[in-house]
Design a protein. Structure first.
Length: 398
């Protein structure tokens, strides 16, 4: 058994000096400006039915730097500016492939503040990272070590709404090994009363991270609403306090999901989940807040990429599969199963817990797909129509 060559991002917090913070803030602004200029140019060309590629926008960037109005673009490293043009090209590729909507302009207040550096834009040596246009290394908090002998291929510097600075290093991680194959399989049913219900009968409580800080968040938002609109210092401070509470909630939620998904992947060879359309479910005003707090989409994405890392299989059963209404003992399909019914008794005499029964039915449907090897639908990221079958699988590569 050999290790897989996996590209993995290692994210750390760092504390810049005043000069570094000013330089990075200028870089963020220039990246946003170049992205918007290139998007406007491509949009105008689209209206004229002309094609503009990355090479064309790169030539435009060179011309922009020579103008008096945009001469400030020369004050920052050119590497992040070129990278943002590549990101724009990727956005258009996804748009033309019908995998995403048309790219949008970046807002100064709402857009993510980040800049990406390739190997020509930074120097990493002896655990010290120095970015282009800087003389001092970043003061990074090494919360975990990089892989032995790792050399970052790209470095992304960002600042979140709470004012925290982060650096993400993309490296090859040879330490990720496929786990020993096992015959264990589990069906996972997501919910709100319980975050996860497993086919084994285990129920994992929903921490409800947002509810724990709801009163603090509401108070901070009321104080923000009272501040005069504009770019005043008091409003910035109030906005920062709201962002810190949101960051605290998101950090706890992400940490909990990482622990859950790692445990499930380590213990099971096959994991069966339901293919839910969360973006449609959050349109329900009564449940949108609870569904967003449960973060079902994040749970699925973590489960899938960790399963790919460690040689496990993830099977997604179609959302129209009647997992809750089907008796896992005799296969009888009930006509109705309202949400308030949490336990029910089948005509065969078996009494079911609604969530455990759904998890067992998901497991059976998922195992049927893996055994027969047919009736598989493409991943949701793949354009195209639906096939006749209503299950799909995401298996590891050979």
């Amino acid at each position: 058994m050999t290790g897989t060559c996996v590209k993995r991002a290692f994210k750390y917090r760092f504390y810049p000096t005043d000069a570094q913070a000013a330089e990075l803030s200028r870089t963020f602004g220039c990246v946003r400006k170049v992205y918007n200029l290139a998007l406007a140019a491509r949009t105008q060309a689209w209206a004229r039915q002309e094609r503009v590629t990355y090479n064309a926008t790169s030539a435009m960037l060179t011309a922009w730097k020579k103008t008096e109005e945009l001469a400030f673009l020369n004050d920052v490293s050119s590497v992040p500016l070129q990278q943002c043009l590549r990101h724009l090209q990727t956005a258009f590729t996804h748009f033309f492939g019908k995998r995403a909507k048309y790219p949008r302009f970046k807002s100064r207040k709402k857009a993510r503040r980040s800049a990406e550096y390739t190997t020509s834009g930074f120097r990493f040596r002896d655990g010290k990272l120095i970015l282009a246009k800087m003389t001092q290394p970043l003061d990074i908090v090494w919360s975990r070590p990089l892989p032995q002998g790792a050399k970052p291929s790209t470095v992304t510097v960002s600042q979140d709404a709470a004012g925290r600075w982060f650096v993400s290093m993309l490296c090859d991680d040879p330490g990720i090994w496929p786990l020993v194959p096992t015959h264990a399989a589990v069906g996972v049913d997501v919910g709100l009363d319980h975050l996860l219900t497993l086919s084994s009968g285990e129920k994992i409580a929903n921490p409800r991270h947002e509810r724990k800080d709801r009163s603090r968040l509401a108070l901070a938002q009321r104080r923000l609403a009272r501040k005069a609109r504009g770019d005043g210092a008091n409003r910035r401070k109030a906005r920062r306090k709201v962002a810190r509470i949101h960051a605290r909630i998101a950090d706890r939620r992400r940490d909990h999901l990482h622990k859950l998904t790692t445990r499930l992947v380590r213990e099971n060879q096959t994991l069966v989940i339901e293919d839910l359309t969360v973006r449609n479910m959050v349109k329900n005003r009564s449940l949108a807040r609870a569904i967003s707090d449960a973060a079902w989409s994040d749970f699925r994405s973590m489960l899938e990429y960790k399963a790919h890392w460690y040689g496990r299989d993830v099977v997604a059963v179609d959302r129209f599969f009647p997992s809750s209404k089907l008796c896992s003992a005799c296969g009888t399909l009930q006509e109705k199963m309202p949400l308030h019914v949490r336990t029910w008794t089948c005509d065969c005499g078996t009494t079911h817990d609604r969530d455990v029964n759904a998890a067992r039915n998901l497991l059976a449907a998922g195992l049927a797909v893996t055994v027969c090897g047919a009736g598989v639908r493409p991943q949701r990221s793949t354009p195209g129509g639906r096939s006749a079958t209503k299950q799909k699988t995401s298996q590891r590569e050979p």
